[in-house]
Design a protein around this ligand. Structure first.
Ligand SMILES: Cc1cc2nc3c(=O)[nH]c(=O)nc-3n(C[C@H](O)[C@H](O)[C@H](O)COP(=O)(O)OP(=O)(O)OC[C@H]3O[C@@H](n4cnc5c(N)ncnc54)[C@H](O)[C@@H]3O)c2cc1C
Length: 448
């Protein structure tokens, strides 16, 4: 019998995500209390955990499913990201996102995940502010950025994927700024308001009262064998279930799974206060758009409108953090970079300050593979989304649900068939090396 696994670390969220802050207050689901049982227990209510719950309920509506979330729904990375659900290769370690594996297979899987999200949105009656199949733009601000876009375009051409090159005038028409000299539009991405999407998914599941139970403020501190089942100790309660889906992304390592094989990377974002009508008019362009940088180490920008008003979100900087958290000083330092990136792009908005700043935890593997599959009898991991968790987390959740019920699908074969995450060099070599590499790549990305 394996020894109990205790969580050595629990998630700590640096700063308040603007995406959640601009939404109306929401009453959390009750924390786990007393002794409870379920047919399947899911740890983590992000893209992976909630998608797993939804897929399980689809496959077997009679199942009793319980989801345990350490904090509040949409407080973690799932509600702190920039909301690009991308169908195409999105290799953050490359110079232009071009993938190096079987891109056609990955694209097909990514589209299954986006399709699953679109279906959920339709069924739950969520609106276009929450999920919009709007496509996205790789924006280029420099000659090097344009070169990267041309390289990516050639790669997409080889794959037979539709895309459109945009000139500086088209970019200004969309974004209102003359900062970008070119863009590469691809139609298959969906843009989400991440906190709104995750809340919608969670509340839709919680409405299946009696079948799906969601417990917030319920950090799992211990996973222990209890006969043929697993006992999860969380807060003031214990949940016992024969089958468990571990959907905690990098925190899989906190329980000792995939030890020294997961790279814990943080990225940082800031959101402006709401623009006045006069400022929005001065900016011009469309009311909603999103651009990823032509160089993966550059700056992502979104313009949003609707709930919370007209605002701009800036995301930039990656740091490698084996401690799985960052300090307020790091968030503030990244914030100063965001302010510079914002001022370069939006000189017409001088004086508009940031209302929210935050950071969030990504999990990558050195070889770009997920941490997926049965890690103990009855426990399936759906972790390590390699920076594209809106899509790969959804996919891993779907596949984990299928694997848990013994169903074999193209998704389970693809994820379970991937090689294991590669071992990392020892500390402090890994941290020093990774952070030096990230700073170099950020310097090289320059104004992008
Ligand atoms: C600023 C930023 C921008 C990003 N932009 C994008 C983007 O545009 N597109 C994209 O695809 N991805 C993006 N990402 C990455 C994306 O957010 C993640 O890859 C994704 O959230 C991973 O999904 P997940 O469900 O696997 O894990 P998470 O979303 O991290 O969910 C895991 C959940 O498990 C919970 N948990 C952990 N430990 C425990 C425990 N012991 N007990 C109970 N619960 C626990 C956590 O609280 C968390 O809610 C971005 C991330 C950040 C931070």
């Amino acid at each position: 019998m394996s020894a109990p696994r205790r969580a050595l670390r629990l998630p700590r969220q640096p700063g308040v995500s603007g995406w959640a802050a601009i939404l109306p207050a929401r009453a959390p689901c009750p924390a786990l209390a007393g002794r409870q049982t379920a047919d399947v227990a899911i740890i983590g209510a992000g893209f992976a955990g909630l998608s797993a719950a939804r897929r399980l309920a689809q496959l077997d509506p009679a199942l009793r499913i319980a989801v345990l979330e350490a904090g509040r729904v949409a407080e973690g990375a799932a509600g702190r990201n920039t909301g690009f659900m991308i169908d195409l290769p999105h290799d953050l370690a490359s110079d232009d996102y071009a993938g190096s594996g079987d891109d056609r297979a990955q694209i097909a899987l990514n589209r299954q995940a986006i399709g699953f999200a679109a279906e959920a949105v339709e069924e739950l009656g969520l609106d276009a502010e929450t999920f919009a199949p709007a496509g996205k733009i790789n924006a280029a601000a420099t000659e090097a950025g344009e070169r990267a876009n041309r390289g990516y375009s050639a790669h997409l051409g080889q794959l037979g994927e539709a895309h459109e090159m945009l000139d500086a005038a088209a970019m200004r028409e969309i974004t209102g700024t003359g900062f970008y000299r070119a863009g590469l539009f691809t139609p298959g991405a969906a843009m989400i308001q991440p906190a709104r999407y995750i809340r919608g998914l969670a509340d839709g599941l919680a409405a299946r009262a009696g079948r799906v139970t969601l417990h917030e403020d319920s950090p799992v501190r211990e996973i222990a064998r209890a006969g043929d089942a697993w006992a999860l100790q969380a807060g003031a309660g214990t949940l016992t279930a024969p089958r468990v889906i571990l959907a905690v992304n990098g925190h899989a390592e906190s329980f000792g799974f995939f030890a020294r094989r997961l790279m814990h990377v943080f990225t940082y974002a800031s959101m402006t206060r709401a623009l006045t009508a006069e400022e929005a008019a001065r900016l011009g362009g469309q009311a909603r758009w999103g651009v990823t940088p032509a160089d993966p180490m550059g700056t992502t920008v979104r313009r949003i409108s609707g709930t919370g008003g007209d605002r701009i979100v800036v995301r930039s900087r990656f740091t490698f953090e084996p401690s799985m958290t960052v300090s307020d000083a790091q968030v503030a330092r990244a914030g100063r970079l965001h302010d510079r990136r914002f001022a370069e792009r939006f000189p017409m908005l001088a004086g508009v300050g940031m209302a929210h700043r935050w950071a969030g935890h990504l999990c990558l593997s050195r070889n770009g593979v997920p941490a997926f599959g049965e890690v103990e009898p009855g426990i399936v991991a759906a972790c390590c989304q390699n920076g594209l968790g809106t899509v790969r987390g959804t996919l891993a959740g779907m596949a984990a649900a299928e694997a848990t019920l013994g169903r074999e699908t193209g998704r389970t074969r693809a994820l379970a068939g991937a090689e294991a995450p590669a071992r990392l060099p020892p500390e402090p070599v890994a941290s020093i090396g990774a952070n030096a590499y990230l700073r170099y790549k950020e310097w090289r990305a320059g104004r992008e």
